[in-house]
Design a protein around this ligand. Structure first.
Ligand SMILES: [Zn+2]
Length: 139
């Protein structure tokens, strides 16, 4: 059984707080522009496409596919070195945005571009905030 990555506590800003709190509830909270309809991530105060401030939040499906990935064999950072080898990937969500994340729940050699995945959340150890870090498993 692989050792799990030990993620540091996310540093939430006023723009990213809804994202991290959503993850803590087991939800991927994305933003949609009320003016042009574009779905965006990372969270911003304005639409990165048309600069409108008509930003609404919604809960994404949690489904996507591996856009690209690498297998990390060396990382000396505590919390990461113990989990090597692990998969670092961009997952393209059904709603469009791509997340830099991890693929877990399978052997790194089984991961492939285009592989369907579903979100999963790793709680982080912090008594002040109920955050979690999203990662993905084979669907
Ligand atoms: Zn827009």
């Amino acid at each position: 059984m692989a050792v799990e990555l030990q993620h540091p506590v996310p540093a939430a800003s006023w723009e990213t707080r809804a994202w991290w709190e959503g993850c803590g509830r087991g939800e991927l909270v994305l933003q949609r522009c009320g003016a042009c309809g574009k779905v965006q991530h990372k969270p911003r105060a304005v639409c990165a496409t048309c600069l409108s401030s008509e930003i609404e939040h919604f809960v994404a499906s949690g489904r996507g596919q591996v856009y690209t990935f690498t297998v990390t064999h060396q990382n000396q950072a505590p919390g990461f070195r113990e989990a090597c080898p692990y998969v670092l990937a961009y997952v393209e969500l059904e709603e469009g945005p791509r997340l830099l994340t991890n693929v877990i729940g399978c052997d790194p050699g089984e991961v492939s571009v285009g592989m369907p995945v579903v979100v999963d959340f790793a709680p982080v150890d912090d008594e002040r905030e109920a955050f979690a870090v999203p990662r993905f498993r084979p669907a």
